[in-house]
Ligand binder design. Structure first.
Ligand code: PLP
Length: 682
């Protein structure tokens, strides 16, 4: 720690005691590189350990690279060239965005957890490939364990001795996890139709293609399980025959064109997402061949999926006999951190399934998944809202708590360890509540489902490459995630300290908005567009007297220019880092948008006009991930510092906007085109 060594009055000790979470001190390299010793020790220790492993494999083999090789000119030339390149790389990387800093309040990234970094660096030279256990004898089990750790965190069945245990695996990110969700949901939905077409005797089958295609996912899985058990009871040759008969009817074999041509009663299904959905859903629909047209937006209320609107939409689709593949709820939207009513999506699924109109519910918790640590006791029990809320001012608001508690009822979930898991990039995760239908994704046709015992679960899952979208993949990443979850178990008393600290910081920022509004009186209007659900908070600002939306947006872009990571500006010259996003009328709704614009003092038309014109408002977006934003040890509050900075800059920019005409204002700071679409932010 960077503290005064002399502490006669016990001042520092008193402050240290006031810090609730000294448990977070060893977790990160730290904004100041405070834990450099720890990380360095670990890296060197385990690099040596790896070298001993090499030497001890066959110590009788002499060194292949001669001991004097390093003295040769060619070697030295190589090394100097390498050093030169590395120095250049290292120098260039100093232009990186300082994600680790408490002055970084922008995108969904922060410092990295030492357990993850150390485990990844340690594993790297062993280079395991988690495509199968043959190439990754150790880390593949760690990846399967990660799936179980995440399953336990959200409340899915996580006992591998149970046949319906959850199963999860890592992906390169949330995007690919979302693809996997679509792929698995389609496999489950279409399987009963194939089964019906193959017409095996002795099995209770749905009465029509329509009924078969619109089962609840859990019912479809039961059909699959029964069919497997039945085939298992047959003589081997007969079982193979039936397996082939079913196989040739499957959508994965005949393709969508062939499948829907054979079943004219059916249509390609639609996927329902809120307007705040990440663009990976659009990509996924294209990739799966369902097409973007099949991606339907459910209207929202205050940036959260509107369950009533969903109900109306489902009624309409049901009347049109338009099947639904899945309804996606977002736990922590990428742009606003808002939480969809996952509980109500699950209720809608259960209600509609009973009417023979089933669909899957997938939680896109790429951002918010780890918030579930806060509702989990170390013994795995669900904590009540009262228990959770004890250490917060407002969190979790009742809808957010209900959504978190309902995650266990979803069919599958996306969680990004490389976001709120504070792990290096390249770590997303997909978890399905029931492992059994994963067999439907297997590349080899002779998948066999048996009543599982613990060893079966692992041995089946070890053929990971069969089930995932990627092929070869990093075992070092699995080690990083698994070790992190072992060192910091996914409950409120351990890993949960981290999101707890950042939500407390968000609540502090939320409470400071009123004071900032006061200080900006007569200079600008400051509006909180909606209450934060977790640790993401947006702010809208409009210079006093300005009534034009376009001018307001221009003002916000200028403000953004002062906090964006700009390659032309030295890192030290930036006081704070932040980002912006746009609030669109189609997401917020015309009426709410009108209310927001009016609060800002902007001219605007009727809610209808606002929606028709696709009105967009640029707002500041702050992702609070750094656990040291409120540094009680040094009595520094970076959020207060940021608000002082905002006050200063808003004053200056608003003054310029008032005293000069627009053209001159624009010249004040050469505007970079607002090119990187905010929706593409990570
Ligand atoms: C970040 C994010 C994604 C995409 O995840 P990547 O890891 O960037 O591929 C998907 N959905 C949500 C809600 C996200 O926040």
């Amino acid at each position: 720690m960077h503290v005064d060594l002399v502490d006669p009055a016990g001042r520092w000790q008193a402050r240290l005691n006031a810090v609730t979470d000294s448990s977070l001190f060893p977790c990160f390299l730290g904004p100041y590189g405070e834990n450099d010793n720890l990380l360095e020790k670990l890296v060197v220790e385990f690099l040596r350990d790896h070298v001993y492993w090499r030497r001890n494999l066959h110590p009788e083999d002499p060194p292949a690279i001669p001991t004097h090789a390093a003295q040769q000119p060619g070697f030295q030339a190589f090394e100097s060239k390498l050093r030169r390149e590395l120095h250049q790389l290292s120098a260039a990387l100093k232009r990186s965005v300082p994600f680790h800093s408490q002055r970084y309040l922008g995108h969904m990234v922060s410092d990295l957890l030492i357990p993850g970094m150390a485990a990844q660096i340690l594993t790297l030279p062993y280079n395991p490939n988690n495509v199968s256990d043959e190439a990754a004898p150790v880390t593949i089990d760690m990846e399967i364990e990660v799936g179980l750790q995440l399953a336990r965190m959200i409340g899915y069945p996580s006992d591998p001795n149970q046949p319906a245990c959850a199963f999860g695996h890592l992906t390169s990110g949330g995007t690919v996890a979302n693809y996997q969700a679509l792929r698995l949901a389609l496999a489950i939905k279409a399987y009963p139709v194939a089964l019906l077409a193959a017409a095996p005797p002795d099995l209770a089958l749905p009465e029509s293609d329509w009924a078969a295609f619109n089962l609840a996912p859990q019912q479809a899985i039961e059909h699959f399980v029964q069919a497997q058990a039945w085939m298992h009871s047959l003589p081997v040759a007969e079982a193979r025959l039936w397996r082939q008969r079913i196989e040739v009817e499957r959508i994965e074999q005949v393709g969508q064109v062939g499948f829907f041509a054979r079943h004219p009663e059916l249509r390609p299904p639609v996927v329902l997402v809120p307007a705040t959905a990440h663009y990976s859903w659009s990509k996924g629909m294209k990739l799966l061949g369902l097409g973007r047209h099949q991606l339907l937006q459910v209207p929202e209320r205050e940036m959260r999926l509107d369950a009533d609107a969903l109900e109306r939409l489902l009624m309409e689709l049901h009347a049109q006999r338009q099947p639904v593949l899945a309804c996606v709820g977002i736990l922590g939207s990428t742009e606003f951190g808002t939480v969809d009513p996952i509980d109500q999506l699950c209720a809608a699924r259960d209600r509609w399934s009973q009417q023979g109109f089933g669909f899957a519910v997938h939680a896109d918790a790429a951002w918010g998944g780890y918030l579930a640590t806060l509702i989990r006791d170390p013994n795995g029990a669900l904590r009540s809202r009262e228990q959770v809320s004890r250490e917060f001012a407002r969190f979790p608001n009742p809808p957010t708590y209900s959504a978190l508690a309902a995650l266990q009822h979803t069919d599958s979930i996306t969680i990004d360890p490389h976001k709120l898991g504070y792990l290096p990039y390249g770590a997303g995760a997909f978890v399905a509540r029931d492992q059994r239908p994963f067999a439907l994704l297997a590349e080899s046709a002779d998948y066999v489902f048996q009543e599982s015992d613990h060893s079966d679960y692992f041995s089946r899952a070890r053929a990971l490459g069969q089930y995932i979208i990627e092929g070869s993949k990093s075992g070092a990443m699995a080690a990083a995630v698994c070790v992190t979850h072992r060192v910091m178990p996914l409950d409120h008393a351990h890993f949960g300290r981290l999101p707890a600290a950042t939500i407390q910081a968000t609540e502090h920022m939320r409470d400071a908005v009123a004071a900032l509004r006061e200080k900006l009186q007569g200079i600008a209007r400051l509006v909180l567009p909606f209450e934060p659900d977790c640790n993401l908070i947006c702010l809208a600002i409009n210079p006093q007297g300005n009534r034009s939306l376009e001018r307001c947006n221009r003002f916000m872009r200028q403000l953004h220019c002062e906090i964006r990571s700009d390659n032309g500006v030295a890192r030290q010259d930036r006081e704070y880092y932040g980002c912006v996003t746009t609030i669109r009328s189609d997401a917020l709704g015309g009426e709410a948008m009108q209310g927001l614009l009016q609060q800002l003092g902007l001219d605007c038309g009727s809610p209808d006009e606002i929606e028709r014109q696709d009105t967009r408002l640029i707002v500041l977006r702050h992702t609070l991930m750094n656990p040291f934003l409120i540094d009680e040890v040094n009595d520094r509050n970076y959020l207060d510092g940021y608000f002082e900075f905002l006050q200063r800059r808003v004053k200056a920019l608003a003054g310029a906007l008032q005293s000069a005409d627009c053209r001159v204002t624009e010249d004040l700071s050469p505007l970079k085109p607002y090119a990187t679409s905010a929706r593409q932010a990570s």
